[in-house]
Design a protein around this ligand. Structure first.
Ligand SMILES: Cc1cc2nc3c(=O)[nH]c(=O)nc-3n(C[C@H](O)[C@H](O)[C@H](O)COP(=O)(O)OP(=O)(O)OC[C@H]3O[C@@H](n4cnc5c(N)ncnc54)[C@H](O)[C@@H]3O)c2cc1C
Length: 491
């Protein structure tokens, strides 16, 4: 696998500042989640405050059961360094920095790329079976393939300020949405001693002037922040886009990340959605290249990922008390245009904040058998393995196709013929039933028998085709023509 990156070094500008439990679950598969978490901030409450700094909604993100904190704050350059170092562990992954793809041409057997690099004057050529174009919102590949990027760009522009903390100030460690009708602001702690502010550019303001240190200190002064509190690292003005590529795949070329979709940063899902794209696509490409999946299975990438475009609708705040919510409060997730006016009744209200919606595939590479649980992602409880080790479930699944039984394993001939091992999980305090294959005792969340898709280092977190114990036998493994399923998948 060859990765081409135009920039010679890491992009020093932090853009993403937060990520979610599902993304951490994907990075767990790469063996990097715990290392990445060392550089992250977790479990910060979210305050929506009025123009005088009084909170009227305080919410704590609630986990969806992926085995990681629901929301983590990141410092993107540090995170990218860990991911890049992580890629270096794979001898068959070659990262070529300072290499730009100028052009690509497809034929029935592969894709030819024209590439410039730092050491060669003339472009050279690379041949690949498949190409993932994750070349950003202004993707040259997308343009070259003639694929539209439909949607809109908001007129409002926002100045995004990253700072290094020198000394703390009140509330510096909370994510605060300042719902000031005159100038709303996002005010967010980021790890490794950083802090982020985001402000809209007001009509008549000069964008260049607004990004000077003087202007930045004027903007943050109202929150008690001075030159003694922070050093300004950079201030950049951004537009917000809501756009989706008209197609995510043409022949052997797939769009991923911002090349396929763009969304406003409010709830921190742009990068997260790109990580999910890669997770969805890479295990399938791997299986196709090994002849374990038919190429047609790759069609499920766009079908499944566009079905999850609800990603950007994440982050709903639900009040827990019984006051009738005002319309302003109901719109609390979108602080800028929905800021409560000064006359709004303001009272702190504890709220439940679901940072991301439940993953649910309604279409794609799914078993034909219909069931309420089909296409849902299985949660990731901590389990106790046969050696008595307390582990996250995905670490026990270890990137294999598995039949996961709750309490009792029943023979499943298509899967047994494909040599798929089975695993039994049981609720705490109960012994698992004897199974034909290696067993694991686990604290269990449900009584379903679940078949999981094959997770790989780049694969999605397990998505289920589930069946009730009394239902007929499991259908054939979805999409697979071959009898032998991959025992373990690697990058
Ligand atoms: C202010 C702001 C805040 C944000 N906050 C969050 C957040 O909190 N959480 C979150 O999840 N998301 C957030 N996002 C969104 C997130 O930053 C983007 O969705 C994400 O960076 C997109 O990643 P990408 O790899 O698809 O594209 P990019 O980050 O644009 O990367 C594309 C890469 O491709 C390279 N490239 C381009 N063309 C070529 C070529 N021809 N050949 C070789 N290489 C090429 C570029 O050099 C670049 O490195 C935020 C965005 C902004 C602007």
């Amino acid at each position: 696998m060859v990765v081409l990156e135009r920039d010679a070094d890491l992009f020093s500008r932090a853009r993403a500042i937060s990520t979610d439990e599902e993304v951490l679950r994907i990075w767990q598969r790469l063996g990097l989640a715990e290392r990445l978490k060392q550089d992250m901030l977790a479990e910060r409450p979210v305050d929506f405050v009025d123009a005088r700094g009084r909170p009227f909604i305080t919410a704590s993100p609630v986990p969806r059961g992926h085995g990681h904190p629901p929301q983590m704050f990141i410092y993107q350059p540090a995170l990218e360094q860990v991911l890049r170092d992580g890629a270096a562990r794979y001898p068959d992954v070659e990262v070529r920095l300072g290499h730009e793809c100028l052009h690509l041409r497809q034929d029935p057997d592969g894709v030819e790329l024209t590439v410039t690099g730092p050491d060669t004057a003339a472009p050279n050529h690379l041949r690949a079976s498949y190409v993932i174009a994750a070349d950003g919102g202004s993707s040259r590949t997308r343009t070259q393939l003639g694929i539209g990027y439909q949607g809109r760009t908001y007129e409002d522009r926002w100045v995004v300020i990253d700072t290094k903390m020198l000394q703390p100030w009140p509330h510096h460690d909370r994510l605060r949405f300042h719902c000031d009708p005159v100038r709303p602001a996002v005010d967010c702690p980021t790890p490794l001693g950083h802090h982020r502010w985001e402000f809209p550019v007001l009509p008549g303001e000069d964008e260049q002037d607004l990004t000077t240190d003087e202007a930045v200190y004027r903007l943050v002064a109202r929150y008690g922040v001075t030159r003694d509190s922070v050093k300004v690292l950079r201030a950049t003005v951004y537009s917000h886009h809501v756009r989706t590529a008209a197609r995510w795949c043409t022949g052997r070329v797939f769009l991923a990340g911002d090349a396929a979709h763009a969304m406003p940063p409010w709830i921190g899902q742009g990068m997260a959605a790109g990580v999910r794209d890669a997770a969805n696509l890479c295990w399938k490409l791997h299986a196709v290249l090994r002849g374990q999946l038919p190429p047609a299975a790759l069609d499920s990438y766009e079908a499944e990922r566009t079905a999850r475009q609800g990603d950007h609708q994440a982050g709903r705040v639900r009040r827990r008390n019984h006051h009738r919510p005002t319309p302003h409060r109901q719109r609390g997730t979108h602080p800028a245009p929905a800021t409560p006016g000064p006359r709004a009744r303001l009272q702190p209200a504890p709220a439940v904040l679901h940072w991301i919606p439940h993953a649910r595939y309604t279409t794609g590479l799914l078993a034909p058998q219909r069931h309420r649980a089909r296409g849902r992602q299985i949660p990731q409880p901590f389990v106790t393995d046969p050696h008595g080790h307390h582990r996250r479930l995905d670490d026990v699944l270890a990137g294999r196709w598995l039949l996961l039984h709750a309490r009792t394993a029943t023979p499943q001939s298509p899967w047994d013929r494909a040599c798929v091992p089975s695993l039994t999980i049981a609720p705490p305090g109960t012994a698992p039933a004897r199974t034909p294959s290696p067993t694991t005792t686990a604290s269990c969340w449900t009584g379903w028998t679940v078949t999981t898709r094959p997770p790989s280092p780049f694969a999605p977190t397990a998505t289920s085709t589930a069946r009730h114990p009394k239902a007929p036998p499991c259908p054939r493994p979805p999409g697979f023509a071959a009898t032998a399923l991959p025992a373990t998948t690697t990058a």
